[in-house]
Design a protein around this ligand. Sequence first.
Ligand code: TYC
Length: 126
Amino acid sequence: MATKLPKAPAPAATPSIQPARPEDGQGGNSVVLERRTQKVKPPQMYQVVLLNDDYTPMEFVVLVIQEFFNKDLETATQIMLKIHLDGKGVCGVFSKDVAATKVDQVTEAARKNGHPLQCICEPVEL
Ligand code: TYC
């Protein structure tokens, strides 16, 4: 049975044989690397946002921000107060999967403790 060789990775730029241009100053063929425009874009990122409400205790929101978004007490308190005053605030920016997991974790912790705290994720505008 014939064994398959692994495929070599595609080159970033494909050399092509071009006829020599007069300004090359050489008679033979020259190898030209074609430039390709970069096709790989950075992935869309998502911000996890907490919404204000009138019932969730401030202390609980601070704990949630510390626990799930790895913020120290001072930063968590600042974010909580921003949410309290502005109606919402960003707790962190993540890939889509991680952001969705944070939303689930925060929502579950809030419901388990009987709080109506709302957590959403939204794409980060470029
Ligand atoms: N507004 C709440 C209160 O006065 C505190 C609060 C802050 C609730 C942030 C939710 O995302 C929130 N107890």
